[in-house]
Design a protein around this ligand. Sequence first.
Ligand code: MG
Length: 161
Amino acid sequence: MRVGIGHDLHRLQPGGPLRIGGIDIPHDRNSIGHSDGDALLHAVIDALLGAAALGDVGLMFPDTDPENRGRDSAEMLTAALEAVAALGWRIANIDCIIFAQRPKLLPHRQTIRQRLADVLQIEVERVGLQAKTGEGIGAIGHEEAIAAQCVALLERLGIGD
Ligand code: MG
């Protein structure tokens, strides 16, 4: 078994929608990024790559490569999943936290979990998702940024490690 951790933060700017967890949420701010700015999917990518000791999202998809501009992070996550699977690893579970002062994420929680499960080709029961505000302070609380964290556990069936 292998465990990996991922963390990401993106600055916010006026204008929606907010891209998070592979879906667009109606909101008055959006995430600035070289790709689609999806902090949660980038954290999941880093957790998977980290668990397999394959580096991180910046290594796999350099922001110096014009190909990655505006890129769909779900496509990047699929590529990361394939790289991990090529080494024989499959996902036991992931657990994620989104840090955002607004909007309320609870109404979107199941949609995001299902989207993650679909992209990762695992049962939704293997996808944990939590949401926290910034308690009105700091970059998160002042709605200057959105962040996400993810822990991933990988297993290699029948190999015993
Ligand atoms: Mg990112």
